[in-house]
Every structure is written in structure tokens, then in C-alpha cells.
Design a protein around this ligand. Structure first.
Ligand SMILES: CC(=O)N[C@@H](CCC[C@H](N)C(=O)O)C(=O)O
Length: 374
């Protein structure tokens, strides 16, 4: 095979781009596809900054289509891996393994061109998984619907598992998510005259502390939920009382009803903050991702395939991570699985260093399953 998986991954790793800005990434995908010289076997379409690749099966009368979806965006993280192929885009990094997911997708396409199955295969390069979410608008697009698949799969790298280990389960795999953005506006002033101002740094601090009790006091202990504030900004200088503050976070719940409860509680706390600090608050729940729920039949087919191929397999627990791949699974039968990449630093960490040996394993596993008749 001609594609050098490690060099391809490193090329993607150098150019991480944020959601719907993946122009260089899209060009690299298209150039690599062109180098395959696949002729009639391959049809390619772009959708926004994404790419759709249709691989025609050998039996034209069999119109069923299986699909593999990869995400393609990076994260706003300053890389600290020390790699000599580290990010050339200051402040952005592939810290969630999408460089791996894309490379595996290209390796799979190359393998399927050389030895196609009877049925058709669609490979989806989807933008903006980390936000604002590319899956939902892609699912509604005419480009996608013209090649709409009958079954779909995706993988996510997993730093906590040994390289090449597959982890999955039937049913719920990933949580429901919602972003959270809150803007507080009060009255700024001189640091020495606090009684004449409404300090938004103090208001934001109270709010962040108060909402820590939502999971422990508003959610049934038998449910699972997360309220994480990842960023707080406010004020202008150490001796000026802050007129504004911004709070950014993410909410997670295994049950959509629990997510509704968290949102109600957050709004209630915010009303209290507005009253007690005499300030204005604006709330925006940003993008929301539907849970990743693995369909029973394709997941058990995949588990059987892994067992019969002697791949290391773990039937894992659910995780509080989110993925807009959940929207694909809401509409189309399929499943997602974790692929072990054995990194000491975890996902979304500046030192995340997945083991590149997982690349050829990923290609092997995905190609083998996509070729299986269904
Ligand atoms: C696998 C993974 O890490 N996914 C992200 C998805 C982000 C969803 C959204 N932008 C949010 O922040 O809520 C995750 O953070 O789980």
C-alpha cells in the first residue's frame, strides 16, 4: 500500500484548525484522495469544510451502503508535546485524536479501492465536532442525503487503553452534552469604593461555587451528571472593580431529562445572582449534542467480528464525553467504539501523545468490518 500512515497523521497534526475553518485540512484530504488515482471506483463531494467519499461496490445491484465517519477539527490548546512535527498553528492542537481518525479513514479508503466489497461504502470527513457541531447540519444536507448510508460506524481514540484495544458496548456509550456561556454585567468602579459598584468578579465567583451543588443536591444520585466550568474571564485591571464577567462551561448527563433539570437549576441560580448583585445576566446553552447510543444489532455484529478476529476487546462502561456522532446514530443504525492509543496525558491535554502503532490497527479493524456483508 502506498499511503504512509505515520507521515499522513503527522501532516494532519501540523495543521489543526477549529470547527468550520478546516480549509488546509480539507485540501490535504482532497490531495491525498487524488493521489490514490481511483478512477470510477471513487466519487468525492465537499460539504462546507468536510468531504464525502463514496466507494462503489462490485455489485451495482446491491445499493446498500455502510459508512465510516471521522471528525476533522482541532482544539484551541497550545501544544506541549515536544514533537518535531508539532502544530504550526499557534494555540491550536489535535489534542482529541482527530488526526488519527482522519488518517485511519484515508487508510481504509486506500484498502477498499484495492479490494472493494460488493456493497458501497461511504467515508465521511465531518467538520466541527468539538463545536459548534457539524453532524446535525451535515445530516440535513443534500450532499449527504444523496449518499445516505444504511449503517454507520465511528471510532474515538482512547488514551487509557493499551494500543489497539477495542472498547465498546451496546446502548448508551457517550453522554448528552450542552455548552454553557454566561455574560454578567454590573457596574464597574474604583477598587477603593466597592459600595458604589456591582462587582462581577465576585458575582461570577459566587455563581461558579453555587452551581457545584447542582449535581450533589438537585440530581438523583442514581443518575450521572457533570457541571464543569472551564473558563472564567472578567475585569480589566487589579485595582478596578469589574463591570463584566464571562463564564464558559459544559454540562453532561446520561439522561436527556437530567440535562433539562441541570439547565433549570442553572437558570434558577442565575436569577438569584441577578437579584443579589443587582446585575444583568445573559445565558446561552451553545451547541448541544445528543447521546451516542449504539444500536444493538450492528454493535453485536461488530463485537462478534472483533472476537472472531482475536482483537483485544473490552465491554466498557458509558463515558461522560460527548460526540455529535450521536446525531448520526439517532437516524441511522450503527455504533461507535474506543480504540486504545496508550497515552499518559489524556484527551484535551497539551501533552497528549497517542501511540502511532494504533494507526495500522485502526485501518485493519475498520476495513475488515466495513467489508463484511450486511
Ligand atoms: C470526545 C470528546 O472529547 N468530545 C468533546 C465534545 C465537545 C462537545 C461540546 N463542544 C461541549 O463542550 O460540550 C467533549 O468535550 O466531550
Amino acid at each position: 500500500m502506498g499511503l504512509d500512515l505515520i507521515q499522513t497523521r503527522r501532516s494532519f497534526h501540523r495543521i489543526p484548525e477549529l470547527g468550520f475553518q478546516e480549509h488546509k485540512t480539507q485540501a490535504l484530504i482532497l490531495n491525498t484522495l487524488e493521489s490514490f488515482s481511483a478512477g470510477e471506483r471513487l466519487s468525492i463531494k465537499t460539504w462546507k469544510t468536510g468531504v464525502l467519499v463514496f466507494i462503489r461496490g462490485t455489485q451495482p445491484e446491491n445499493h446498500k451502503t455502510k459508512a465510516y465517519r471521522t471528525d476533522i477539527d482541532g482544539l484551541p490548546i497550545q501544544e506541549e508535546t515536544g514533537y518535531d512535527f508539532c502544530s504550526e498553528h499557534e494555540g491550536n492542537m489535535h489534542a482529541c485524536g482527530h488526526d488519527f481518525h482522519m488518517t485511519i479513514a484515508l487508510g481504509v479508503i486506500e484498502r477498499l479501492i484495492a479490494d472493494p466489497p460488493e456493497h458501497n461504502v461511504l467515508v465521511i470527513f465531518q467538520p466541527a465536532e468539538e463545536g459548534p457541531g457539524g453532524a446535525l447540519p451535515m445530516l440535513k444536507s443534500s450532499e449527504f442525503n444523496e449518499w445516505r448510508p444504511d449503517e454507520i460506524m465511528a471510532l474515538h481514540v482512547a488514551p487509557e487503553y493499551p494500543t489497539g484495544t477495542i472498547a465498546t458496548r451496546e446502548g448508551l456509550l457517550f453522554a448528552n452534552t450542552s455548552e454553557l456561556f454566561i455574560d454578567l454585567k454590573g457596574k464597574g468602579g474604583h477598587a477603593a469604593y466597592p459600595h458604589l459598584s456591582n462587582d462581577m468578579v465576585v458575582a461570577a465567583s459566587h455563581f461558579v461555587t453555587q452551581i457545584q451543588s447542582i449535581v450533589s443536591r438537585r440530581i438523583d444520585p442514581l443518575d450521572s451528571a457533570v457541571v464543569t466550568i472551564g473558563k472564567v474571564t472578567g475585569g480589566t485591571k487589579q485595582n478596578i472593580i469589574a463591570e463584566t464577567a464571562r463564564i464558559e462551561g459544559t454540562l453532561r448527563a446520561l439522561d436527556p431529562k437530567t440535562m433539562d433539570q441541570i439547565k433549570r437549576s442553572i437558570k434558577a441560580h442565575l436569577v438569584g445572582i441577578e437579584a443579589s448583585f443587582e446585575c444583568d445576566a445573559e445565558i446561552d446553552f451553545g451547541s448541544n449534542y445528543y447521546q451516542v447510543y449504539n444500536h444493538s444489532q450492528p454493535t453485536s455484529d461488530f463485537i462478534d467480528y472483533c472476537r472472531s478476529s482475536n482483537y483485544p476487546l473490552v465491554i466498557c462502561k458509558e463515558a461522560m464525553t460527548g460526540e455529535d456522532f450521536g446525531y448520526f446514530l439517532k437516524d441511522i443504525p450503527g455504533f461507535m467504539f474506543w480504540l486504545g492509543v496508550d497515552s499518559e496525558a489524556g484527551l484535551h491535554a497539551a501533552k497528549f501523545k497517542p501511540d502511532e502503532n494504533a494507526l495500522h490497527m485502526g485501518v485493519e479493524i475498520v476495513t475488515g468490518y466495513l467489508k463484511k456483508a450486511f
